[in-house]
Write a protein that binds this ligand. Sequence first.
Ligand code: ZN
Ligand code: ZN
Length: 416
Amino acid sequence: MTLPDFSTSIDPVKLDKLAEVAIKVGLQLQQGQDLVLTAPLAAVPLVRLITAHAYRAGAGIVTTFYSDEETTLARYRHGHDDSFDRASNWLYDGMAKAYENGAARLAIAGDNPMLLAEQDPIKVGRANKANSIAYKPALEHISNFDINWNICSYPNPSWAKLVFPDLPIEEAMRRLADAIFAASRVDRDDPIGAWAEHNAELRKRSTWLNDERFSALHFTGPGTDLTVGLADGHEWHGGASTAKNGVTCNPNIPTEEVFTTPHALKVEGHVSSTKPLSHQGTLIDDIQVRFEGGRIVEAKASKGEAVLNKVLDTDEGARRLGEVALVPHSSPISASGVLFYNTLFDENASCHIALGQCYSKCFLDGAALSQEQIKAQGGNSSLIHIDWMIGSDKVDIDGIRADGSKVPVMRKGEWA
Ligand code: ZN
Ligand code: ZN
């Protein structure tokens, strides 16, 4: 069997620039540094270019693990029931070991967001949970920012079809590729210079928020009246930042957000999602949740409610927040008007919150804090970290200072 090849509809020059940006900006891959790469099978053209740029930058060994939609589905169709509580621990243990030995990590996103929509949500939930537990030793190195890491993306035909359902597949692939290139700033003459400028702008915003030291943010909008207390000693980040191995990288391409750690016990009120959340093959839409003492006590969704509730039951921290992020409504991704059904893009079109694990780097002197100290300062811990979108041009945000006074942060989705 040969696979249909739609890569010819993708601009090869921009694709090569994306590969170069992933290695030089996304990872700042170091001389002699090994690289662990994961990618969907459809992304082979980008994997090859990234691998070439990696070796030209002096990479040690580049190792790629591919995923394939048909083989994933085969498990749900034919796999033994017991197998859904298991995961390939050996693989994740090996990845964790690679990071401990200094390897960098690059993930190419692009799987069909709806791949598992027709599958039994209970099985999907069990497999996700088993996978989260097995992945933990490797994920900890990422969430603790021990190493330089990056996620970028490549269009899969099934993803392109979801985003542009009315277009012929070649045209849909071209349009999605162009949207990825624009969002990733590789449609410019000097993408590396454009990233330097963008990183400086994000730094300006995070510096302002760090100087203000708000104790909480108050979101108001249709279906939303939410107060998000911020963790003690929280620190805002955005754009490029420095991993514990000393390498300054851009973990997400694209990225438009400045983000920090909420206080796990100090979130009150209700909030409605403003975009659908695509979670491991299921679409969860019109999420409405209510918080009491930082914990979600009520959760509804018009679509995918069963999967949402399963996610919330993953562990104690799954009902609490680990991230709050600000993105202006006029961000290039939002302005494109494209709904990507992919968190990497959609979270950068909108202010968002994340259920689950917090980032230790989002604390002042975070690298020096123990897990106990992070918890004492309000940092949440969980097997999951799931971002979902709560911002729009109808949402206002105020910063609340320790003395109770309010400062406008965003009005109608734009920086005030
Ligand atoms: Zn985020
Ligand atoms: Zn996040």
